[in-house]
Design a protein around this ligand. Structure first.
Ligand SMILES: Cc1ncc(COP(=O)(O)O)c(C=O)c1O
Length: 289
């Protein structure tokens, strides 16, 4: 964490069984309930909402502190780079959120599982001194091997940050059986100690991204956001289900933006995770008249 993210001294680490289980169970493991409010982004990975619901907590959808207003909040999720949009949050916005949260005793958890996939912008961790002021208090960063190392099947991620929060979570999680198997931890240590394969994996995603950006643009799509991460956030200026079906007619499967929030009603999420051959074929089909 200090080598790659400039995380401060005193940052503690907790292995997770992939990051999805952590996102889904964090509110419950923190003991949140109906009296608590969880803030999630307007366009978001659905599991933030799922996690709040599992705990019976309230969900507040907001991208800005002004949108939160005076509401009392227990947990605030950041996700940069974003799934689905690929947006990278600016450092000063993240720093402002951390200051605001600390003044109110709100825990900030920053899902950074696409951190290594910055294209036109480079993401910054919540643990970077420019964001957290060199102090992990009140902040947690979430990282995964699934994207950077293409090891989704290993189910390995980790949470890093505030040692008091990490210690409390470790206590609950070990009694709930949420441990990462030893061999997977050993594989994760090897993968996290090696940067060369991350560079190679990035190159694979970059070339797929270039093929799809060129073909989608040529086919009349506009690509919004998409500065980082594993997806293109594309629109034809029509309801997302019309776009999904236009693409399905060409044998191309994408996710309707509506899955991620109301603001996605006119977008689709195009993934860079298909094989090179499938991506090339999709590009050709997009250009076929
Ligand atoms: C924003 C975000 N967080 C977390 C995850 C979970 O990934 P994993 O459980 O494989 O670490 C995903 C997977 O798509 C994601 O998009």
């Amino acid at each position: 964490m200090s080598r790659r993210l400039s995380a401060p001294e005193g940052t503690d680490v907790l292995p997770t069984i992939g990051t999805k289980e952590f996102v889904a169970w964090l509110p419950t493991l923190l003991g949140l309930g109906p009296a608590d409010r969880v803030v999630i982004p307007e366009l978001a990975y659905p599991t933030y909402d799922v996690g709040a619901r599992l705990a019976g907590a309230q969900v507040l959808v907001a991208d800005s502190l002004t949108a939160i207003g005076p509401a009392r909040v227990s947990l605030l999720w950041l996700n940069s780079p974003s799934n689905p949009t690929g947006k990278v949050l600016p450092v000063d916005h993240m720093a402002k959120v951390v200051t605001w949260a600390r003044e109110r005793g709100v825990l900030v958890v920053s899902d950074e599982c696409y951190y290594e996939l910055g294209w036109t912008e480079q993401p910054v961790s919540v643990l970077h001194p420019d964001v957290c002021g060199g102090d992990p208090t009140g902040v947690i960063a979430l990282h995964s091997l699934s994207k950077r190392s293409n090891l989704a099947g290993y189910r390995f991620g980790f949470a890093a940050g505030d040692p008091a929060v990490i210690a409390a979570l470790l206590e609950v999680r070990k009694h709930a059986g949420m441990m990462v198997p030893g061999p997977v931890q050993a594989a994760a240590i090897a993968a996290l100690g090696d940067d060369a394969h991350v560079v190679a994996q990035r190159a694979v995603y970059r070339s797929r991204r270039e093929v799809l950006i060129a073909a989608l643009t040529e086919a009349g799509f506009r690509i919004d956001e998409s500065a980082a991460g594993l997806y293109l956030w594309a629109t034809r200026g029509e309801p997302c289900w019309d776009t999904v079906s236009w693409l399905a007619d060409r044998g191309i499967l994408v996710a309707p933006g509506e899955f991620y929030g109301r603001a996605g009603a006119q977008h689709v999420r195009v993934a860079l995770t298909a094989t090179d051959e499938r991506i090339t074929t999709a590009g050709e089909r997009l250009l076929r008249r």
